[in-house]
Design a protein around this ligand. Sequence first.
Ligand code: GRG
Length: 290
Amino acid sequence: MNFTDELSKKTQTAERWLKRLSPNGEGYHKTIFEVVNYSLEAGGKRIRPVLALGVCEMLGGREEDVMPLACAVEFIHTSSLIHDDLPCMDDDDLRRGKPTSHIRFGEALALLGGDALLFYAFETIANAGLPADTALEAVKILASASGISGMVGGQVIDIKGADSYDELISLYKMKTGALLEASVKLGVLAAGNTDPKVRDALDAYAANLGIAFQIKDDILDVEGEEKVIGKKTGRDAAIGKKNFVNSLGIDGARLASVEYANNAKNALQMFGDKSKFLVSLADYLIFRNK
Ligand code: GRG
């Protein structure tokens, strides 16, 4: 199968599982189901679940073992997008091609929608029927990637503003890289692979991919088309936020994204042909138009 077909197949698998595992219910509080599903169903590239699935399959694992974990990452990611768009954060009114959650439902419900999805991610892991030690390890991976020294910590640096190149890299590793790294780690966990060499190689792949992905996000903020990427462009310039493009120029940023993607691909050498999908995914992510 060529890369495009494989990506499309894995994305469809992610959509199918998200539909199956997304929160659903009735009751006096039923509005919250509408709030969370509005953002989940708005789409998105589903890169994180696809990555978890790609890693798990490369290591010989099964779809049914990885997809509840992969969906949990997408729940956290979607929760972070809802919070990121709030007036107290980036104050955006467009996301995934639709009005942001707080524009549609008001700030209080958007805040609660993000909160609800965060907890729901862990509920999903707990209900996945995994052996207790696997579930515990999955919780550890996801909680530390999302929390104080992961995505939330990265957002704290983002709010303050990075003062140096090194700080910018730390920010990217935490705010964006941590969840991509967690996706890869969960793929390894679901496949039951405990070989330290395998883990180190895939950790290196994910760490470099995370930085490359965020640099491309910076590039799209400058040259992306709003209609295609589904969110407002020019945001970093508007609020004077330091990023790779205004630090290195557009060509420098492009070069840096290629360099990090190359590092990611090189980390996969030990897997030979089996890593074809993950190698192509790195290229796809730095040349994407949304
Ligand atoms: C959820 C408790 C909690 C806190 C959130 C707001 C915040 C703290 C963190 C910000 C995280 C964030 C939005 C990082 C940017 C990562 C990024 C490049 C997002 C865009 O990801 P894509 O391109 O989006 O995969 P789609 O829509 O395709 O899923």
